[in-house]
Design a protein around this ligand. Structure first.
Ligand SMILES: [Zn+2]
Ligand SMILES: [Zn+2]
Length: 462
């Protein structure tokens, strides 16, 4: 899944504030920054923190305000936001040089209310990298990028010291299928896609992540060729953004479940400098590439290198998996609670060659509030970022690691068991049905929809 730009964010706000008030010091701590950041023509630290610390940035709230009353114009400027800052960041960003390996870990944050809002949202959870949607991911048409949003995006990037050329990884629309064979639909997909790439160019963003698409039942090589053709056209129409194919968990007609699909698309892309791959740990595992042990992790990395080439690896989505190995189900779990387990993530964040790549959490943060309503708890991401950073250089044989590993496995036990039972049941059914392959696909699709409600990446059976 990828978090939705939230309607629930307003509710989450109260939770987040409550949490930050109870679990954090009363005063926001100074963000630890890299020497480079310190040297930047910086504003005073306190000023930075004021602007930085607000859930008043909450885009959903901004929208509500705009709808209900004449929008206080003040809210739209950084200065005004500083004034209304009444709560604090959920975590401070870790200075990269303080880590034994330069891992830029963050999450897919909300950009509701404007792309510029993603930046304080990322900073507030202590993210050193982040993903966002550049426009509504569920609508075919969106207003053009506002000049104001663009200006603020650039200003906030600078202020928060994020490098849009390296650590900002927008996620493409779920509607877009570049493998689409129907001419009219393919044109619509292309228009949406290239519009996003132009937004990247305007915002100085160098990487753009998207799901390869669905073959719609056509032969896979044809689907890969159509994707590559669309990419070639989009590359010619834009200046420099790198289009980053995400690997998928490989069910049904979805392109990208096998590393070979990615290889075949890349092979047909004219400008190889404009194409890359984002590995989603949950998808990788669910697709049948193991990462649980150091040996399995090394074998998977070696296979990726042999088939695709590590030079194409541009980003990670860090998600555990609620579904077992090779189940081809896209169910993201919180780090360490799923079938991948903490050891897999230890391998990822300690792998030297992955340094500098954006690593983005898409883990579930919905929780039931006291009133029974679902609220987003962004503290979950803030904590997961710190957890992953803490694994860098940690001895996986240490008591500290083993305790954390066991604690998180315990936390996810019932969820894993639930999904395991579903997978087993389905396997039994399939075995009983024998060759009835078509019927199988149908019932699978139905079940999936229900189970994977919370996971947006699962458009597995188009
Ligand atoms: Zn993903
Ligand atoms: Zn997914």
């Amino acid at each position: 899944m990828v978090p939705r730009p939230t309607r629930k964010a307003a509710q989450a706000k109260s939770t987040a504030i409550a949490m930050s008030k109870t679990s954090k010091p009363a005063k926001p701590t100074e963000p630890k920054r890299t020497p480079k950041r310190k040297a930047a023509p910086a504003e005073p630290e306190s000023d930075f923190d004021d602007k930085d610390s607000g859930d008043d940035f909450d885009p959903a709230e901004d929208k509500e305000n705009e709808a209900k009353k004449p929008a206080p114009k003040k809210r739209k400027t950084a200065a005004a936001k500083k004034d209304t800052g009444d709560d604090m960041a959920l975590a401070t960003r870790t200075a990269i040089p303080s880590l034994k390996r330069a891992m830029y870990i963050g999450a897919h944050v909300s950009a509701a209310g404007g792309v510029q809002n993603s930046i304080p949202n990322a900073s507030n959870i202590g993210a050193n990298a982040f993903a966002l949607f550049l426009k509504s991911q569920r609508k075919w048409s969106s207003p053009p990028l506002a000049d104001d949003a663009k200006t603020q995006f650039h200003a906030l990037l600078k202020q928060h010291a994020y490098d849009a050329g390296k650590h900002v990884l927008p996620h493409g629309s779920y509607l877009v299928n570049l493998a689409q064979a129907d001419a009219a639909k393919a044109a619509q997909a292309y228009d949406n896609f290239v519009d996003d790439l132009r937004r990247c160019d305007a915002l100085g963003i160098a990487l753009y992540n998207f799901h390869p698409g669905s073959s719609g039942g056509a032969p896979m090589p044809d689907a890969c060729a159509r994707i590559a053709a669309q990419l070639n056209r989009a590359h010619a129409a834009t200046s420099s953004v790198v289009t980053v194919l995400e690997n998928m968990c490989g069910s049904g007609n979805v392109v990208g479940g096998r590393f070979e699909h990615l290889r075949d698309i890349i092979a047909l892309v004219d400008d190889k400098a404009r194409v890359g791959v984002c590995l989603d740990t949950c998808h990788t595992f669910a697709a049948g590439y193991d990462m649980r042990t150091p040996e399995a992790f090394a074998a998977t990395v070696a296979e990726f290198d042999a088939v695709v080439g590590l030079k194409y690896l541009r980003a990670f989505h860090l998600n555990d998996s609620k579904a077992p190995f090779a189940s081809h189900r896209d169910l993201h779990a919180n780090i360490g609670t799923g079938f991948l387990g903490l050891r897999a993530f230890h391998s990822v964040v300690n792998h030297e060659a992955f340094q500098g790549l954006p690593m983005v959490l898409e883990t579930p943060i919905d929780e039931k509030g006291p009133d029974g309503k679902t609220v987003e708890n962004k503290q979950v991401w803030a904590d997961e970022i710190k957890l992953l950073e803490s694994l860098i250089g940690m001895d996986p044989e240490s008591a500290e690691f083993k305790e954390k590993e066991a604690e998180l496995q315990m936390k996810g036990a019932s969820e894993r068991q639930k999904i395991q039972e579903q997978v087993d049941k389905k396997a039994e059914k399939d075995a009983a049905k024998g060759t009835k392959a078509k019927g199988k696909a149908k019932s699978k699709g139905k079940k999936k929809k229900k189970d994977e409600d919370s996971c947006d990446s699962c458009r597995e059976s188009d």
